[in-house]
Write a protein that binds this ligand. Sequence first.
Ligand SMILES: [Zn+2]
Length: 399
Amino acid sequence: MVLCSLQRVLIAAAILLASVSSVSAKEIDISGIRFGENGNSTRFVLDVSEKASPSIFLLADPYRIVIDLPEADWHASDRVRTVGAVDGYRHGLFAPGIYRIVLDLKAPAVLKSSFNLPPKGNYGHRLVIDLESTSRERFVAAVAASKTSRPAIVARATPEVSSPRRSASGKRIIVLDPGHGGPDPGNLGVIGVHEKVITLKIAQAIRDELNRTGRYDVRMTRDRDIFYKVRERFRIARRHNADLFISIHADAISKPSVQGGSVYNLSETASDAEAARLAARENKADLIAGVNLDEADDDVSSILIELAQRETMNYSAQFASILVGELSRDVPMLKRGHRFANLGVLKAPDVPSVLFEAGYLTNRDNARFLNSSSGQKKIAQAVRRAIDRYFAQMVALGR
Ligand SMILES: [Zn+2]
């Protein structure tokens, strides 16, 4: 057979495309999941595109089973009915190279076995995870054992952020932190969109608005649906030598009539009971994503609000106050928009930081506003005006 040159080019292009797509493809496709119950056993089955070797471990208080897989694409439903020991499940990209599924347990249950089934009949490859209900004592012992015995699925290295420096261009460095991500979805609003999706959209709108001015060097802690530990978020700001750190969230409350945004500064004492509840919820992100808190390094958890932090806190408070003023012009805000709470993500001792709760996903109008590009644009413009004013003040003060 003689190939004309066009055919040769087409074949070469097809080969190239095939190789490119195999490089960029996720390692595993998860097309379905289901739960089954038999006596004191609970079975979790995943329909997977190929044989999978998960790394599985247990976490106590609350009881959880964490299943780490290589980076995966999730096409299964998020509303599969759970039975037996399993009360609910979450999933998402935990780190580059690690896709994490967290099973919340009603009562202690340990891993009995995990194995792969080859394709058969209507079924393709399946990963089966069998759990067995047990006592708290046996669960706690199994937590310790699972820590040491688990074969680790290793995260892909992420490029290190360059060492602290002033932006080469002399621009002010702003770090935006879209709250939650990956297996930590945040609040689920009445319009059915998770907080992690909305915070990313708002952050991207703010980034674009700031970039248009040409005056700022804007970085994001995350620019896709991936998890970062609370401390890692402000460490990123410190590594960038940020002039300002803005963590973006969206709230939820049992009263559907409540709507409006607020801006938080760090304080050991909350400004009210609702602020304390908010801090408790937001600080739980690591727990929700299945981070073993024992293993977390706690160099910063011990950072108290010290004299050294006072200057940073003054700047944080100045920016918060300006931000509340600008937001109030175009964005629904709570009556007392400037609040205080003990929020872990605001604990960088040397970067002025605020946490912006953009509004309530439990209020339909507020959720629609936050999820709309016009609402996101109004927020972005208000944040840009506040940043402009804040740095103009800094310059006036010789900072
Ligand atoms: Zn949040």
